[in-house]
Design a protein. Structure first.
Length: 456
């Protein structure tokens, strides 16, 4: 009896030993040390080198191993803080989200901590240059247009005629289109990628953009690039370094005959004067493609006027903006002042009370108006007719805010007909017969932005 019991104990101990040994072996095998050539260079090429390459928008190179290794700890700090790669949006479901995953951050950290090895399989292998993904070739016809003349970016910001300083320049570019255009994509070439940060675009056939150009004897103009009541950015904002904006298949920007592209350029002075003659390339739909494509319309959700005292922090809310028809939300474009620190867009269902919290559509944290861009949904989000949108904006007008252009802080009272703070919605009517109603809603809301608020 004892012999049998002893045998069972010995067999159990043996099995347990095998199991524990297997677990120990599994735990004991560490992940391979990441190296530059196989692990880090592809990641850097995808997430960093589009800007941080020779002649790129970034102030230094990161596409070479030695350059990255020298700045490794600094880069990790920026990545952990969410400052790089540039992506202001918060929330899931947005296309081209450049934020690094936790696994990517861990990979970078382990590589730096391991001494930034080049190649684990061949100690004599040279470090490769980070491979930058090649943009998808534009399938449709393209048209190039350039600014008529050249202009110079100053060494420092220009004094504004209203208050503070401005770092923007506008141009009206005649398109010369004798037929309506259906634009699926826009690409910019500024010639000064480290200085030029943002291109904010609106198409105009009213002559408002030409009026801005004609009243200024210089090439372009120093005012905001709104075309009458059409807000700058109504047809997209492109971030420097990214240099392109492409709408999803099935959607396009309608451009009437004889229109102009009014572009508001935002720049960061580099300490030297730079001569500019920017160019824009437009990707157009063919007649056949246009048959299955819906026009995008803009709708502002924002504030036409704001007041905030020196050293104050405040959160301001827009009025509710209702969509008159069933729509697909394809993208959003944020607009904010330098002292803005965050903004959020919410949607309230047609039958919800006005004091309901609503659904968060997207948020923008750590706001930087030099990094703003149009954000496009991975899948268009459908909202019923009668859905109401509301935006909130957090402002920090304290002297300690490093983004505040005034130090010491000053009382601020600003107004802008198309919205001094806004989130522009890019919408398409679900039913073709509802497009005209949706197109009219944007200008109607712009006219309402400067009226005194009444109710929630």
């Amino acid at each position: 009896m004892c012999d049998r019991a002893d045998a069972r104990v010995m067999i159990g101990a043996a099995v347990l030993g095998v199991v524990l040994g297997a677990v120990q072996d599994e735990v004991a095998v560490p992940p391979p040390v990441p190296d530059w050539n196989h692990d880090i260079a592809p990641l850097v090429g995808r997430a960093c080198a589009t800007c941080h390459q020779a002649g790129g928008a970034g102030p230094f190179r990161l596409d070479r191993r030695n350059d990255f290794a020298r700045r490794g700890e600094f880069v990790l700090e920026l990545v952990d803080a969410g400052r790089m790669p540039p992506w202001l949006g918060r929330g899931d479901g947005w296309r081209d989200d450049r934020r690094l995953s936790l696994d990517d951050k861990s990979l970078l950290r382990r590589w730096i901590q391991a001494g930034a090895p080049i190649d684990r399989t061949d100690p004599d292998a040279p470090a490769i240059t980070a491979p930058i993904p090649v943009p998808t070739k534009v399938p449709g016809p393209t048209v190039m247009r350039a600014v008529d003349g050249v202009f110079t970016l100053p060494m420092e910001s220009d004094p504004a005629w209203h208050q503070g300083e401005i770092d923007q320049r506008g141009n009206t570019i005649p398109l010369g289109n004798q037929t309506p255009w259906r634009v699926r994509g826009i690409e910019i070439d500024t010639g000064a990628p480290q200085a030029m940060r943002v291109a904010s675009i609106v198409f105009d056939d009213t002559g408002a953009g030409r009026y801005l150009d004609d009243r200024d004897p210089r090439v372009g103009f120093l005012m905001a690039g709104d075309a009458g009541i059409s807000p700058s950015g109504a047809h997209g904002v492109i971030l420097g370094g990214v240099d392109r904006l492409r709408w999803p298949d099935g959607f396009h920007l309608p451009v009437p005959v004889g229109a102009d592209a009014v572009v508001e350029w935002h720049y960061r002075p580099t300490g030297v004067e730079e001569t500019m003659r920017p160019r824009l390339m437009f990707e157009l739909l063919s007649e056949e493609e246009a048959m299955d494509s819906r026009p995008l319309r803009w709708l502002p959700v924002g504030l036409g006027r704001i007041k905030i005292g020196a050293e104050a922090v405040a959160t301001m809310e827009s009025a509710m903006v209702e969509v008159p028809v069933e729509v697909d939300l394809v993208g959003v474009t944020p607009r904010g002042l330098e002292i803005a620190t965050a903004m959020e867009l919410r949607a309230l269902a047609p039958d919800s009370p006005s004091d309901a919290a609503g659904e968060v559509v997207i948020g923008f944290e750590d706001w930087d108006h030099h990094q703003r861009e149009t954000v496009i949904s991975e899948t268009p989000r459908r909202f019923a007719a009668g859905t109401r949108f509301q935006a909130s904006f957090r402002l920090d007008n304290r002297s300690e805010n490093p983004s505040n252009p005034d130090s010491p802080a000053k009382d601020i009272a600003r107004g802008r007909r198309t919205g001094v703070l806004a989130i522009l919605l890019h919408l398409a009517a679900v039913e073709a017969g509802d497009d005209a109603s949706l197109a009219a809603r944007g200008p109607e809301e712009v006219k309402a932005l400067m009226r005194p608020r009444r109710g929630p």
